[in-house]
Design a protein around this ligand. Structure first.
Ligand code: MLT
Length: 203
């Protein structure tokens, strides 16, 4: 997969896996990652699917309607990519924390829905429920931060609550931040994600 890897100055810090939103690239979240942990290594990936020229991590049939077969395939593909990158770059694949926005948050959630140890944690900015009717693995070692907007036209509040319940029900530790915004990534939610991350992974 097209990506950027930057080795950090602190080998004990998690590797930050950056997953952009629809129409984004592997460059979008570099500034956010630098702000959250300037010492961490970064693996930033570009989604392999194109929708009218816009990169995504999996196909959708319509706005908010996902192609579940493709989502499963792409989740597996990303999981193998992370394992391969860990070998290539020599990082610990059990110490990966995702930062995902929108479509990128959705595939990060799908990684956790399918596997208990691909991600040690995730900051999910405006995620949806990636898929339903799946037995989630035991996520009791996984830490998740969710930022949501109560005026989000793409992800309604009940879907955020459903995602929180599914992850919590599988044993994950979840912190949920509500803001009175829409689907955009706000400065204040990045600050909240940073505070959460420092507490969970760097204290
Ligand atoms: C998705 O398709 O993953 C969600 O609708 C969010 C987005 O627009 O990327």
């Amino acid at each position: 997969m097209k990506h950027i890897y930057q080795a950090g100055s602190n080998p004990n810090a998690p590797v930050l896996l950056l997953l952009h939103g629809t129409g984004g690239t592997e460059r979008d979240l570099l500034g956010v990652a630098q702000h959250i942990d300037a010492e961490a290594s970064i693996l930033s990936v570009r989604g392999n699917v194109l929708e009218n020229g816009m990169p995504r991590f999996f196909r959708r049939l319509a706005e908010g309607v996902f192609d579940i077969e493709d989502l499963k395939l792409r989740t597996e593909e990303l999981k193998s990519f992370i394992a391969g990158a860990a070998e290539q770059y020599g990082f610990d694949r059990h110490n990966v924390v995702a930062i995902g926005y929108s479509n990128g948050a959705n595939i990060a959630a799908s990684l956790m829905f399918h596997d208990k140890d691909v991600l040690a944690g995730a900051m999910l900015h405006h995620p949806m429920v990636p898929l339903r009717d799946l037995q989630l693995p035991d996520l009791s070692a996984v830490k998740v931060f969710i930022a949501a907007g109560d005026n989000d036209p793409i992800c309604p509040p009940q879907e955020t609550n459903e995602l929180n319940e599914l992850l919590t029900g599988a044993g994950a530790s979840v912190e949920l931040l509500w803001e009175s915004y829409g689907h955009q990534l706000s400065r204040s939610e990045i600050e909240a994600a940073k505070a959460w991350y420092r507490k969970m992974f760097r204290s």
